[in-house]
Design a protein around this ligand. Structure first.
Ligand SMILES: C[C@H](O)CC(=O)SCCNC(=O)CCNC(=O)[C@H](O)C(C)(C)COP(=O)(O)OP(=O)(O)OC[C@H]1O[C@@H](n2cnc3c(N)ncnc32)[C@H](O)[C@@H]1OP(=O)(O)O
Length: 726
């Protein structure tokens, strides 16, 4: 019925008269249609049997349930017929009228996770017993839908409106301990005692020793109506402010409000209707694509399908304690890796260690880390000035300045001092990795580990392989990436690799437009409204003009035919502006980092225009918002197509994740290529082609894009699939 999952539900009746219903659907016991049907029929059987007094619901292998089967969304969006597409079938007919209204009480025994539909089933039971570490939450909004199995009605009634709104709108789960304090669960026990306690609890309800609570009709936690309305009004205002392009958070609040104002049954009906609206939205399709794509980045054909087992990395060394090196060290010690930080002299070493301490301290200040944990974590870091202690490291990450001969020397030293199995990684963002390893015989264990700044915060890790890098080394680094909670993408070796390379036209197209008369601040405003965290000019200020010029130069040198050579940033730099650090860039900054437009800017633009010879184009001076978005992003899409055509990225979904996690491309648009495909390759080609005739090579569509447009094929289709559409 749309889902291929082979889930099942098992019913076992014990001598105590308790029916144990177990959800079995590895790996997370998701609620596929098979499982939901199994749950309903198991309940019906248990209710019919005379030897059953009460019911306990649990999940196999220490996981209650990860929620509704996300694989089934596609079928439902496609309008698949059947009872499951009937609004309210699960929330009303199964959870409310079968589970909650049953004469025999049921208790949920929760371990591991109870998320989304999983928690909603548990809330339909008459009591919940959990382990302290279980994760309980309603994260549906992160998938573009809303809780659809009654969660919008039951959670507020169990934990109060304010807390339930926070849990749903942030998609954050709470641990069993906290869930107990909130009243979401009734008792906390160890995993070993979970099912037996739940059985006893269920029998106690039968014997009137414990209350039988139907959470749908609880009112004691709900705020008085007037207060509730104020809370909902505030939540709506916050949701609009935080995510102006998203509708589903507002739909979720609508469903909650209906239940509070008109009663829970009306609330369930409203939830059923708006769930369908959210499910069919582009936002949901995009976010589900991001969900699966993110999990797909660590599946690399020809590497992760070889049956290789990652080797344990027990000790890591980092060379260079600058901004990147200290950030990487922080990320590693936070995940319990012992780290050696090497610098060239005591002064630099202390500065590097100081940065790591500061990174951790900021967590302590924000209340995200205890002082005790801070001491334990920082004790994993050891500073050194030589290679003496490198003899037992399993991984080295070099993070020194971008200087080829310096890196070559370092890698030659590493080959001498590190054990033969040690992985030799570089955090370079621009230099050819084969060049870095040129003076070694260890090309098979040289790999790029490109972190994004700040490395202990940004979620992406670009793993760069050369033709010689061994699959084992890639598998090892993927494992380290997972352990330090990064999303890895594995890419090939080229200037800028995948992320920086596909995004270099982001600033360049904006510069081209400004030199031809477009308003700089309007570009940033429109791009921010589109959903980027900041526009190209605000980003250049943040990155700093020094870095912007250094990386820009690499692209000018390597791709001269398609780079736009503007002198605007160098001219401003010459005049003492370096971006946010000097409080002057494209914007002026106050002490609180607030940016405001600078009236002096036209003078630099005029000068840059004089050098490039660009003429003001009246059309560009009054571009629509749609045109601005397309003129800035279509060149980015064009470069991404080249990255795909050259095989630098394995699949387009990896570039979607790279765009979302490396550049802040809005996830609710599904990532760069997913968004581009929603507009169509033909359309993008035709626009780029027209601009290239007016504004030059910078806009010229690449061969991959031209070919896809000619065939009417999506940019995301693998090469063979695109051909077969002919
Ligand atoms: C009507 C209802 O209200 C609607 C809903 O319930 S919508 C669903 C709500 N649930 C969620 O949003 C939870 C989504 N899942 C997660 O957050 C995480 O997967 C998790 C916390 C459950 C587990 O995380 P982790 O252990 O790191 O494993 P992770 O790699 O993410 O997932 C393991 C596998 O389970 C799959 N999976 C996880 N949750 C799933 C779900 N709800 N449906 C289908 N597949 C799921 C993943 O795709 C992955 O598959 P793969 O191995 O083939 O790549």
């Amino acid at each position: 019925m749309g889902s291929n999952a082979k889930g099942r539900v098992v019913l076992e009746v014990g001598a105590d008269g308790v029916a144990l219903i177990t959800i079995i659907n590895p790996p997370v016991n998701s609620l596929s249609f098979d499982v939901l049907t199994g749950l309903k029929t198991s309940y019906e059987r248990a209710l019919r049997r005379d030897d059953v007094k009460a019911i306990v619901v649990t999940g196999a292998n220490g996981r209650f349930s990860g929620g509704f089967d996300i694989n089934a969304f596609g079928g439902m969006q496609g309008g698949q017929p059947g009872e499951y597409s009937r609004p309210g079938y699960v929330s009303i007919e199964i959870v409310t009228d079968t589970l909650e209204a049953a004469k025999k009480p049921s208790v949920a025994a929760i371990d591991g996770l109870a998320l989304g539909g999983g928690l909603e089933i548990a809330m339909g039971c008459h009591a919940r017993i959990s382990t302290p570490s279980a994760q309980l939450g309603l994260p549906e909004l992160q998938l573009g839908v809303i809780p659809g199995f009654g969660g919008t009605q039951r959670l507020p009634r169990l934990v109060g409106l304010t807390k339930s709104l926070e849990m749903m709108l942030t998609s954050k789960a709470v641990k069993g301990d906290e869930a107990f304090k909130l009243g979401l669960v009734d008792a906390i026990v160890s995993p070993g005692e979970l099912v037996s306690t739940a059985r006893r609890w269920a029998l106690d309800i039968v014997e009137y020793k414990k209350p039988r609570v139907a959470s749908l009709y609880k009112t004691d936690k709900l705020e008085p109506l007037g207060e509730a309305r104020e809370i909902l009004k505030f939540a709506r205002a916050q949701a609009r402010k935080r995510a102006p392009n998203l509708k589903h958070p507002l739909l979720c609040i609508d469903a909650i409000e209906e239940g509070i104002v008109s009663g829970p049954r009306a609330g369930l009906l409203k939830e059923a209707v708006v769930f369908q609206e959210a499910l069919h939205s582009d936002t949901c399709k995009s976010l589900v694509h991001v969900f699966f794509s993110q999990r797909g980045t660590s599946k690399v054909p020809g590497v992760t399908d070889l049956g290789l087992v990652p080797r344990r990395v027990k000790k890591v060394a980092i060379i260079g304690g600058g901004l990147m090196g200290s950030g990487i060290a922080t990320a590693l010690i936070l995940s319990n890796y012992p780290v050696i930080l090497k610098e060239v002299n005591e002064k630099f070493l202390q500065a590097g260690i100081g940065r790591v301490r500061a990174n951790l301290q900021s967590r302590v200040k924000k209340g995200n880390m205890t002082q005790e944990k801070f001491e334990k974590t920082i004790s994993l870091l050891k500073g050194v000035l030589d290679y003496e202690s490198f003899k037992d490291v399993d991984l080295v990450i070099e993070a020194v300045v971008e200087n080829v001969s310096l890196k070559q020397q370092i890698f030659a030293d590493l080959e001498k001092y590190c054990p033969r199995h040690c992985i030799l990684a570089s955090n370079t963002s621009t230099i050819d990795l084969s060049l870095i390893g040129d003076k070694t015989k260890s090309q098979d264990r040289i790999i790029g580990a490109h972190f994004f700044s700040p490395a202990h915060v940004m979620p992406l890790l670009e793993i760069v392989r050369t033709k010689q890098t061994s699959p084992q080394v890639i598998v090892d680094l993927l494992d380290v990436g997972k352990r330090i909670k990064k999303t890895p993408i594995v890419v090939g070796n080229c200037t800028g690799f995948a992320v920086n390379r596909m995004f270099f036209p982001y600033t360049q197209s904006a510069l081209l437009l400004v030199e031809r008369g477009a308003n700089l601040y309007q570009i940033d405003k429109v791009i921010t409204q589109f959903g980027m965290p900041m526009g190209p000019f605000r980003l250049a200020d943040l990155v700093g003009f020094g870095v912007a010029i250094a990386t820009g130069t690499q692209f000018v040198l390597n791709f001269p035919e398609r780079t736009y050579k503007s002198m605007l940033i160098p001219l401003m730099q010459e005049d003492g502006r370096a971006g946010e650090t000097t409080k002057k860039g494209f914007y002026l900054y106050d002490d609180k980092r607030r940016a405001k437009p600078d009236p002096e800017l036209p003078k630099y633009i005029e000068k840059a225009r004089g050098i490039s010879g660009a003429a003001i184009d009246p059309k560009l001076a009054k571009l629509s918002e749609k045109d601005i978005v397309e003129m800035v992003f279509f060149p980015v899409v064009n470069e991404a197509c080249r990255v795909l055509a050259e095989g630098i990225a394995v699949k387009s979904a990896d570039l979607d994740i790279a765009a979302v996690m490396g550049m802040g491309f809005p996830p609710y648009r599904g990532g760069l290529i997913f968004w581009a495909d929603s507009l169509g390759s033909k359309y993008i080609y035709s626009r780029l082609d027209a601009w290239s005739k007016m504004y030059g090579e910078f806009y010229k569509p690449c061969a991959y894009l031209a070919e896809r447009a000619a065939k009417g094929a999506p940019l995301s289709a693998p090469v063979n699939q695109a051909k077969s559409r002919l």
